[in-house]
Design a protein around this ligand. Structure first.
Ligand SMILES: [Ca+2]
Length: 455
């Protein structure tokens, strides 16, 4: 595929509707994505040990999503957000480390690139995690402004302002950097309040190492991890405050979500009623909190229990901004604006969520087509059990995936297997490569796609 063709298509759409470019009445979009925050790490999602008053308020003013899916680890979810496609399709299901010579492909048409065609100014503050090299810098992929780091803080990295590395970061310094990130986000909002903007706040918290800023140490009832959650909540509250102060809260879609499930273990995160956490395809790894507030469009205090996911943000933002999503490739996400508006839809926008070669959820049923092992340290210590291939769970009755009911429903197992096989075949026919630096090894082949499916 060719990016020139893709961008030509987008521009043609915009020129056909020139009013869309004006964009004066388009809502701002703020996405606050946390890093490894669990379904049970929020008051509004039922935590009885963590207080998150600001996020709870956001929830009261907007819509809570109970079945919002991501990938089980950092980079793949961020790739899915930027491309509107499952990470398997966009070429990378692994965490990108700082010596990897891979990152988001230049042929991908990203969420900020699309919003820019509708007149949006685009900014990212925080962790990018889609390639450490300049070719993969966010400003090469649709963002007008970048302040943050390219990779996990615990890998050692630097702070960038756009393409410039302005500061080195040694390990274990999260708490020192969070206020700077917040300042950058607040500055971006103030600077761009007169025109539509898209701000992606990619918080490095509560990813390990758990080192809260000084002012939050000892403020929670759940140790250091809880203090970090308090800090996240404060940051969300500060952003809500600045939107109010600038008089633009009413015209801003504010989304809060996590990129994958929590790191479990002593003093760690909590997946609430869901099974397991980060690094697995149990629900605790791939189903995360998500809240959307948009006054006048989203009913306050509402709940959505349909299958949705991070892949849906690109097509939904396109619908909001009045631009077409890319038509020259498969986009897995769907426009969920009808859900935001509270419209009655004839059938669910997504009937299934598939992790190719691993799990398929269809309606209330979830089938494991391979053995699922627990994620994280306590799993390796054997404290949490695996589940064998062929396990079938009824998520409606058993959200914690505790009872394998496959023996009672062989026809459901067979149906879900067929659906998985079809999904894998379709993916193999329509997947795209991850970006590689010139000279980097491993050309993309069908076998590599199969490896990705197995991850
Ligand atoms: Ca993460």
């Amino acid at each position: 595929m060719n990016i020139g063709i893709s961008k030509h298509v987008i521009c043609s759409v915009v020129l056909a509707f020139p009013g869309l470019v004006e964009a004066a009445d388009k809502p701002n979009i703020v996405v606050f994505l946390t890093d490894d925050q669990g379904y049970g790490d929020l008051g509004c999602y039922g935590s009885d040990s963590l207080e998150t008053p600001n996020i709870d308020r956001l929830c009261q003013q907007g819509m809570m999503f109970t079945d919002f899916y991501v990938h089980q680890r950092c980079s793949p979810t961020r790739l899915a957000f930027m491309t509107g496609s499952h990470a398997h399709r966009a070429g990378c299901t692994k965490v990108i480390y700082n010596r990897d010579r891979i990152g988001i492909h230049s042929d991908e048409v990203t969420t900020p690139e699309l919003l820019k065609t509708a007149g949006y100014t685009t900014g990212i503050v925080g962790k990018w995690h889609l390639g450490e090299w300049d070719a993969f810098n966010p400003t090469r992929h649709g963002f007008d402004f970048f302040y943050g780091f390219m990779i996990d803080l615990d890998q050692g990295t630097g702070i960038y302002r756009n393409l410039e590395r302005i500061e080195s970061i040694k390990r274990k310094t999260d708490g020192q950097h969070s206020p700077k990130l917040l300042d950058a986000a607040v500055g971006f909002i103030k600077q761009n309040k007169e025109h539509p903007f898209f701000l992606y706040c990619a918080s490095p918290l509560p990813h390990t190492p758990w080192i809260p800023n000084e002012r939050f140490r000892g403020t929670s009832r759940r140790g250091t991890y809880g203090d970090v959650i308090r800090e996240i909540d404060w940051q969300v509250g500060e952003l809500m405050k600045v939107l109010d102060e600038q008089g633009i809260a009413e015209n801003t879609l504010f989304i809060f979500a996590s990129d994958n499930g929590p790191v479990l273990g002593i003093d760690g995160g909590d997946a609430g009623p869901l099974r397991d956490g980060k690094w697995t395809d149990f629900e605790g790894g791939i189903r995360v909190p998500c809240i959307m507030r948009w006054p006048g469009t989203i009913a306050p205090g509402s709940t959505n229990r349909q299958i949705t996911g991070i892949i849906d943000l690109l097509p939904t933002f396109c619908a909001i901004a009045g631009v077409a999503a890319p038509g020259d490739r498969v986009i897995d996400g769907r426009n969920i604006l009808p859900y935001l508006r509270g419209e009655q839809v004839e059938k669910p926008i997504h009937e299934s969520f598939v992790v190719p070669g691993s799990v398929i959820r269809h309606g209330k049923w979830k089938l494991l087509v391979r053995e699922l092992k627990p994620g994280g340290k306590s799993g390796r210590e054997g404290k949490r059990p695996s589940a064998p291939a062929g396990s079938l769970f009824n998520l409606q009755d058993d959200p914690g995936e505790t009872r394998d009911v496959s023996a009672d429903h062989p026809e459901i197992v067979a149906d879900l297997r067929r659906r998985m096989d079809a999904a894998v075949r379709e993916l193999e026919a329509n997947s795209r490569p991850i970006g590689r630096l010139p000279g980097a090894p491993v050309p993309e082949t069908k076998n590599n796609v199969k490896k990705r499916i197995k991850h």
